[in-house]
Design a protein around this ligand. Structure first.
Ligand code: HEC
Length: 115
């Protein structure tokens, strides 16, 4: 067998890396879309974009996805206690939680100094 042409091998690796980056970008985009739909259940308190509309409700927009998944899992397991959020988190699957977190994390937030 002839030795592999290093140019072709290099090119193939580049194409493969590009393809897998595309796949993971698409997977994230799918999670964000699914999360947006599921987040309708949260909008009455957290607002449609995760900027809270109910009193004593935190903003979710732009929070790190890791933070959001950890909090939702904690409400679901009872490690973090809150009457309303326990009820909201109970039926969520791991996939639901990841999608919701991807959506709220993806919302762009701008902060500016008040003065
Ligand atoms: C009826 C109002 C209400 C609804 C509906 C609701 N939440 Fe909440 N949520 C709250 C309140 C109030 C808190 C603050 C709870 C606490 O003090 O721990 C909270 C807290 C959270 C937190 C923790 C935020 C932080 O900064 O630590 C997350 C994450 C969250 N909610 C996600 C969701 C998601 C996802 C949904 C929809 C599936 C949802 N919530 C639906 C009222 C609501």
């Amino acid at each position: 067998m002839a030795a592999a042409n290093p140019k072709i091998v290099g090119w193939a690796a580049w194409v493969l890396a590009g393809a897998s980056a595309l796949v993971s970008t698409q997977a994230l985009a799918d999670d964000i879309d699914a999360g947006r739909t599921k987040a309708r259940a949260c909008a009455v308190c957290h607002g449609p974009l995760g900027v809270a509309v109910a009193p004593e409700t935190p903003n979710l927009a732009g929070q790190p996805a890791n933070y959001l998944t950890t909090q939702l899992r904690a409400y679901r397991s009872g490690a973090r206690k809150h009457e309303v959020m326990a009820v909201m988190a109970k039926p969520l699957t791991d996939a639901d939680i990841e999608q919701l977190a991807a959506w709220f994390a993806a919302v762009r937030v701008e902060a500016s100094s008040p003065r």
